[in-house]
Design a protein. Structure first.
Lengths: 376, 128
């Protein structure tokens, strides 16, 4: 670094510059004239040296001429010749300095112009790259949006078509030709699809909220007691579990666990996980535990359900992706549930989500939150 | 001699829709069979020789377009008219379906069950 700085100081145009091309300067190791700091020429090309050589030649020539013509050299001739040499020398010395300086500045200007144009080219290139990158991103977003619309509209139309179809048959009197049991099955199917429709609408709205919010931070102003919240959500699911004859186990801790975040979203995340656990478990249990580990709260939801096949485990957190066996179990899921959960967790600083699953054995989700008392 | 009943094969993975359209077709006097996925549907198309196929696009495991391709490639099934009956409304898919030989592309949510029955009746009218 210091070496570089030294070299910079010794650059042409600086006081301590030594022109290593010049024999004289190199041997003296100092500058005989001020203008030498602007010069890069070799000693034999030095303008002043050339002047001196020519002066000596002219001087000798003049004396020889005088001697040939007059057979003697008068004092006045010597004075006149030396005066001329000195006066010319003075002016020549001045103009040499000007020439060398102007050469130097011209060179410098050319160099900086070249640098500027090179730089400009580079900057244009850089900016073009940047624009290209942005355009690519925009294209990707547009493609994602169109995919989103395709799938979202498909998901919305599916329950709609069943509800509409059933109502049309009811209107056209088809239901009168059916047995009571068939009719009940029909109405139940329509009712289930209407609930599904609401669920899909909510999920699509929530997912698009996650998307449009993008990097914007979620408002995390609520003081949440995780113990109380989990207690409430689990109570809401007891009927669903009962209907499927599943054991809904809740190992409730004795203490409150306070964290800061968005109550609405955390509730949505836990709700989604518990919904899935019950939906994709046909027998056995869904167990929720909540424990405190130093400054963290660990919420675990474990089921004994169909599990997630290994090849699908990396994909299920993506939008509209559902595991194969989940699609087989329920054809009309939105494929947005786990995407929403992941987005919510990631928007809470320090919060984490982990998943372990084995096909036909069950799935375990771990949610980790930083507790408030330790955030301060 | 009784009039031959038209046999409709629906390839569809959603049970609620099978129940809905199946009931309607049976009430209207059709034979209704269904396959839950592409393989199942192709097998039924070969074995049962249906008069018409109603094919969904977003199927479990296999894309309906692939199933259509296979139906049209097989000597046994290539002459069975196929109506794409889906909720996916995407121009590329619609164009592809027609190129591959689908007779129609119907969006489920845009019609009611009696209309799909009418459509099927129209396409199969010279088969009775």
């Amino acid at each position: 670094m210091s070496n570089e700085k030294q070299n910079e100081k010794k650059e042409i145009g600086k006081d301590c510059y030594i022109n290593r091309n010049c024999w004289l300067v190199n041997n003296l190791n100092s500058l005989p004239y001020k203008r030498c700091q602007y010069c890069e020429l070799k000693f034999r090309k030095c303008l002043f040296l050339q002047y001196q050589v020519i002066s000596i030649v002219l001087l000798s020539f003049s004396f020889i001429l005088f001697y040939i013509i007059d057979r003697s050299i008068s004092v006045s001739a010597i004075i006149i010749i030396f005066t001329l040499v000195i006066v010319y020398g003075y002016f020549f010395n001045n103009s040499t300095e000007k020439i060398i300086k102007s050469n130097f500045f011209e060179k410098k200007a050319k160099k900086s112009l070249k640098e500027l144009s090179d730089n400009l080219e580079e900057r244009v290139k850089e900016q073009t790259k940047d624009i290209q990158k942005k355009a690519n991103r925009m294209m990707r977003l547009l493609k994602m949006r169109s995919e989103f619309l395709d799938i979202a509209s498909h998901q919305l139309r599916t329950p709609t078509s069943v509800i509409k179809g059933t109502l049309a048959m009811l209107k056209e009197g088809d239901l009168e030709n059916m047995s009571l049991a068939e009719r009940a099955k029909f109405i139940d199917g329509m009712y289930k699809k209407s609930i599904k429709l609401e669920e899909i609408i909510n999920n699509i709205l929530m997912a698009s909220e996650m998307d449009t919010d993008g990097d914007k931070a979620m408002a995390l102003n609520d003081r949440i007691d995780l113990t109380e919240l989990a207690d409430k959500i689990i109570a809401q699911h007891s009927l669903d579990a009962q209907n499927k004859k599943l054991h809904l186990v809740w190992q409730k801790p004795d203490e409150p666990m306070i964290l800061q975040g968005s109550l609405r979203y955390i509730e949505e995340a836990i709700n989604n996980l518990l919904d899935n656990a019950i939906k994709y478990t046909n027998k056995g249990s869904v167990t929720t535990t909540l424990v405190k580990n130093k400054r963290k709260a660990l919420l675990t939801i474990q089921d004994t359900g169909i599990g997630i096949p290994k090849e699908d485990q990396n994909k299920v957190f993506k939008k509209f992706i559902r595991a194969k066996n989940a699609r087989n179990a329920y054809t009309d899921g939105s494929g947005l549930g786990l995407f929403i959960v992941k987005e919510i967790i990631y928007k809470h600083p320090g919060a984490k989500i982990r998943m372990e699953s084995k096909e036909n054995k069950g799935t375990k989700f771990n949610l980790e939150f930083i507790l408030l008392d330790n955030i301060k | 001699m009784s009039i031959r009943r038209i046999k409709v094969l629906m390839i569809e993975d959603d049970q609620d829709q099978i129940q809905l359209y199946g009931t309607k077709f049976r009430l209207e006097g059709y034979d209704f069979i269904f396959g839950n996925d592409g393989n199942d549907g192709l097998k039924l198309a070969k074995e049962q020789n249906p008069d018409i196929v109603l094919l969904d696009i977003m199927l479990y495991e296999e894309d309906g377009i692939e199933v259509l391709k296979k139906i049209k490639q097989d000597q046994k099934t290539k002459n069975i008219p196929v109506i794409i009956f889906s909720n996916l409304d995407k121009k590329e898919i619609v164009d592809k379906a027609f190129t591959l030989g689908a007779v129609d592309y119907i969006i489920k949510s845009k019609i009611v069950p009696s209309e799909i029955v009418e459509k099927v009746a129209e396409i199969t009218k010279n088969k009775i």
